[in-house]
Design a protein around this ligand. Structure first.
Ligand code: PBG
Length: 326
């Protein structure tokens, strides 16, 4: 049977039937809210390249987390902006049990215990070179860095983090972090691996947010080449073997093919990270009146679900749930 008996438009005729046959949906628990933490009191600074997004001192961050929770959001991903005086090549401050990140984790778990807290694990905010690993000569050395990432993860676990999120792309770090967490008795602390993280130019605004741009060179010797997708399968496979509970593809929208590839090949939940540059592009175009902000935002978010993402890390999380809750 064919046209005129078959008409695809029957299922598009009214809003009711369109909603009834929708294959994908968005809800508050689809989102991970990235949060930027700074030292001080009463501070809320707008990030210039991320309009409508802020860095918070710990006191105000707690209000932000409470608000997120009341909107139905259930997961935050913490990033700490470290003061320059505490940066060095080895990321000494990263393993300080009383560092900003560790204090942040403790305070959130105390104020809003039901919020699921993830923490970024990488040296770049702590590195005087702005690199994700220890620098020797012009090399970002792998194995020494992995040891620090292990201690950093244990330190976050001690502070009460639910899941660590290593974003550094060093080899073997998932296995080492898992081993260290087990040794220290943190068998329930999860690992979200940034498995397929590309050497992308979409991270620019984030590096403004944390003042973490690399001081020399780029990140191409550890982050993935933007030309590759098969390689993402190797990265994901190794990370899952080493003990990752969830895997991430990053950036988001330009890499939806990779999200789908990972979803089709593995059972682990896939997280897509809609990164700072993706946020900035939509904000800038909307400010100019060239795009409809809310509609474009929701269109990008549903695209992640269509591609197979279980969770979406996005700076639009609050905006999106406000629309969904209306
Ligand atoms: C650093 C890190 C980056 C992001 C998350 N963790 C930047 C980078 O690798 O240089 C980017 C997030 C974003 O752009 O929104 N380990």
């Amino acid at each position: 049977m064919a046209f005129p008996y078959q008409r695809n438009r029957r299922l598009r005729a009214t809003e009711a039937i369109r909603d009834l046959v929708a294959e994908n949906h968005l809800r508050a628990t689809d989102f991970i809210v990235p949060l930027f933490l700074i030292e001080g009191d009463g501070k809320k600074e707008e990030i210039s390249s991320m309009p409508g997004y802020y860095r918070f001192s710990l006191d105000l961050l707690l209000d932000e987390v409470r608000e997120c929770y009341s909107l139905g959001l259930r997961c935050v991903l913490l990033f700490a902006k470290v003061v320059d005086e505490l940066k060095d090549n080895k990321g000494t401050e990263a393993v300080n049990d009383n560092g900003l990140m560790q204090r942040g984790i403790r305070a959130i778990k105390e104020a809003v215990p039901e919020m699921y807290v993830m923490s970024d694990v990488a040296l770049d905010p702590y590195s005087s070179f702005g690199h994700d690993g220890i620098v020797v000569g012009s090399e970002i050395v792998n194995d020494l860095t992995v040891e620090i990432l292990g201690e950093m993860s244990v330190s976050h676990a001690k502070a009460g983090v639910d899941m660590v999120a290593p974003s550094d792309m060093m080899d073997g770090r998932i296995g080492y972090i898992r081993e260290r967490l087990e040794e220290e008795g943190f068998k329930n602390t999860g690992i979200l691996s940034y498995s397929a993280k590309y050497a992308s130019s979409f991270y620019g605004p984030f590096r403004d947010a944390l003042d973490s741009a690399p001081g020399f060179g780029d990140k191409k010797s550890y982050q993935m080449s933007i030309s590759n997708s098969q390689e993402a399968l190797t990265e994901v496979e190794r990370d899952i073997e080493e003990g990752a509970d969830m895997v991430m593809v990053k950036p988001g929208l330009p890499y939806l093919d990779v999200v789908r590839l990972v979803y089709d090949n593995f059972d682990a939940p896939v997280v897509a990270y809609q990164v700072s540059g993706e946020y900035a592009m939509i904000k800038a175009a909307a400010e100019k009146g060239w795009l409809s902000h809310d509609e474009v935002m929701m269109e990008t978010l549903i695209a992640f679900k269509r591609a197979g993402a279980t969770l979406i890390a996005t700076y639009f999380a609050k905006d999106a749930v406000r629309l969904l809750n209306r």
